[in-house]
Design a protein around this ligand. Sequence first.
Ligand code: SF4
Length: 235
Amino acid sequence: MTESTDVRALAGDLRDRLSWLKEEGFDTWAQSAPPLAIRSRSSASLPRFTLEDIRADLGDCQRCKLASTRTHVVFGAGDAQAELMFVGEGPGADEDRKGLPFVGKAGQLLTKMIGAMGLSRDRVYIANIIKCRPPQNRNPQADEISSCRPFLDQQIAAIRPKVICALGTFAAQTLLKTQTRISDLRGHFHDLNGVKVLPTFHPAYLLRNPGEKKKVWADLQLIMTDLGLSLPGKS
Ligand code: SF4
């Protein structure tokens, strides 16, 4: 490929990203990012296993009552060395059927959000607080979370992302062990054992409330800035 073909390809890619952002209402990319509020701590002291070790340990997990109603354990998917990890609440019907995270309508929107950041699903890691679908998509219960959470903690220790984007109230409150509302948690970074956590609204919420996409895009820009990713329209 010649240099001029390269430049044309890059320009085309940028044009695609910008046109999608406008189409989706993510058109406030030029606004300035609020300051970070990070409290430094030492890194997680969990022993590091590989994702394969953790998946093998999970096996055909029967550690909580969700095992009796699930179709598949939805372990997580993506780059084992990702700098950015997305964590949602738990699998829905589509995810339970396919055994993959975020593959329904909300997942399609998440894929677009990741694309707008100039990334792709195989360059990030996507997981949930719990790995089996609760019946009728009810909220996960305390005993289910305490049985499943250690596996997510091990995944985080294995991947060592620079940033975790917590999707929605439940993921944010559970990860950060707080009852603070998502609208107050979003918009700035928090600390989870040395990993930056940026909570934002869940894509399923955005499907019902598209007017909130601008806030999510502002949150994603904070992450992009932190990871040194280029913002659309800025060199
Ligand atoms: S939700 Fe987690 S702990 Fe419960 S059965 Fe599924 S994998 Fe095991």
